[in-house]
Design a protein around this ligand. Sequence first.
Ligand code: ADP
Ligand code: SF4
Length: 730
Amino acid sequence: MARDPKYDVLFQPIDIGPKRLRNRFYQVPHCIGAGSDKPGFQAAHRSLKAEGGWAGINTEYCSIHPESDDTHRLSARIWDEGDVRNLKAMTDAIHAHGALAGVEMWYGGAHAPCMESREAPRGPSQYASEFETLTYCREMDLDDIREVQGYYVDAAKRSRDAGFDIVYVYGAHSYLPLQFLSPYYNKRSDKYGGSLENRARFWIETLEKVRHAVGSECAIATRFAVDTLYGPGHIEVERDGIKFVEMADPLVDLWDVDVGDIAEWGEDAGPSRFYPQGHQVPWTRFIKQVAKKPVLGVGRYTDPEKMTEIVTKGYADIIGAARPSIADPFLPRKIEEGRVDDIRVCLGCNVCISRWEIGGPPMICTQNATAGEEYRRGWHPERFPKATTKDAVLVVGAGPAGSECARVLLERGYTVHLYDSAEKIGGHLNGVVTLPGLGEWGYHRDYRETQVVKLMKKSKQSQLMLGQVPITADRILAYGAEKVVIATGSNWNTDGTNCLSHEPIPGADASQPDQFTPEQVIAGGKPLGKRVVILNADPYFMAPSLAEKLALAGHEVTLVSGVHLAHYMHFTLEYPNMMRRLHELHVHEMGDHFCSKIEKGRLQVYHIWGEGSKRSYRGPGALPRNVNGTQRWIEFDSLVLVTGRHSEDGLHRQLKARSGEWATNGIKSVFLAGDAEAPRLIADATFSGHRLAREIEEANAQRPKPYRRETAVWGAPHMPGGSFEIVYQK
Ligand code: ADP
Ligand code: SF4
């Protein structure tokens, strides 16, 4: 099918300085956990997007010098010849598919903790980072300014040598150029501080120098947070924002604009829980009014209608995307080929971002199980190895794991029966998406539903069996499938079992009329009283989401949490607004408290640090600390137990116990996938189903095949110096 002509504007080429983008789809810089240290991962992940139709593809933030070292997180680096060589693998692979490669040159100032290099970062003034722990920068004098600008120039030359077409001077997310521009950081009284003209001087001079060095060979881009969203005393778009664009426009070939800063960069990479597609437009739309150069903006654009509107209404010339390009690297190609309903729409869950926030691990994606697996496992998101056997597969459970497993098996040409007692594909996600703000997570189910239904139509023997009676081990044995995948998921504990005591809580019992599991609250039907206590030992979204839901419904909600409430939401950038939300809804939080027992209408809570801080050996049967004496009772009308989950693996256990009957029933193997193996993130349950479907013919397919590890291998020279012997200083 050809593309719908209404999207033609998205496929018009556009010139940026000496280079031409072949269309308006542009992967803005985003982290993946590859940097310059995993060149295979970097080259494979980025070039796949070139193959998928993106016109411009960037590195993540790329440090220009050891003084800007973000360890414990993982940036790219263009410090030396080794980095040039590693990043050239990426640019070559991108060029092979006809796209342009960009590098985001980054100097972090106080936001770079330099834990590996142990250097002292420099900044416009001395301050402690509001983002990074225990990191100050040193105030630059005029010599320092020249030296750091020289770092940009040297890095730009190395970038050109590495084959980059687009070279950024990166000033968004409060990194160095913006630190000079913003009075929040810049307290100088010389010609680099004070007036806007003075505060802009560092950035403008750096652009001039970089342009002079590589501007005839590379397009010069700059990334600019046009409003840091803190009001006066910071960058506001209608004050310094548009004025800076007017001043720097002659030096820039491409404006890459966004909003926010680094401490709350969830205002830029907005989670769908709080922000819809295109949420930055009210701020970024001003830039096209003053810039003479092409402008690109981001906003989790996945819908071609919305993208077209952004260009035709003159808000931006180019559609920038990070997360949509991760969830679907073939998004432009699918629009081009008229296959819009095949797009894997980004959920806006920010689980991809969570891995960068945590530190080093490779990026994962809830929607796209192949993200991060391109090089190390050789997984292509749109191509699947053909089935090597004629085995029919029965997949029990159509949640994230089972539906993904079935989809990939069908893509591979297997006969699949996908069986569920529920009426709908989606498993536990069908409940989760009814929680406040989580509707867009339903795209996960929608994509699998669309694909499984389409693929089943092509596969005559396959069958989608929803709304069935719960299947039993007897029926599975008699079913006639050669392979069986048990993807029956997990449920919340009904007896209060939790990660603190690893035991049930005396008196906890969700079969009582005044006690609830999250599923029971979501399903409705069991009435909740006015005063609700949510007892939490889960570090992600369930407890705060239920608190929001119940507070909105008029309940008085108290959250008693024995673990850091919503800890994982720091990593998904949902935490700040989640806390603001609970605060505005008057949800009362009792942090560092958990529960020792429950009676009708009340629970006994204790402070988790209430024991003595000194320990001594007191013999067997005695606690080596003073006994916790902080217990007290609090009352509830209804109690919600968000204490932990357990796998629903009963079917698998029963089948394993009857493995002697498999052969006579024609069964070759039985596997366990997703939460039924162990409760986990939706992304990991999806991965689990996907992985099993790709490797189902392996002798021990329950266990993953080894993946390629890009580690330094002894005997290969390290950079710089080219030597691999141990050489001590004399
Ligand atoms: P995951 O996240 O691992 O995919 P979910 O809990 O989301 O797991 O989904 C599990 C699915 O399995 C649910 O839709 C549930 O209805 C289904 N299921 C569980 N046990 C059975 C059974 N015995 N027969 C049929 N379907 C089942
Ligand atoms: Fe989108 Fe979530 Fe995938 Fe990130 S992890 S790209 S937010 S679906």
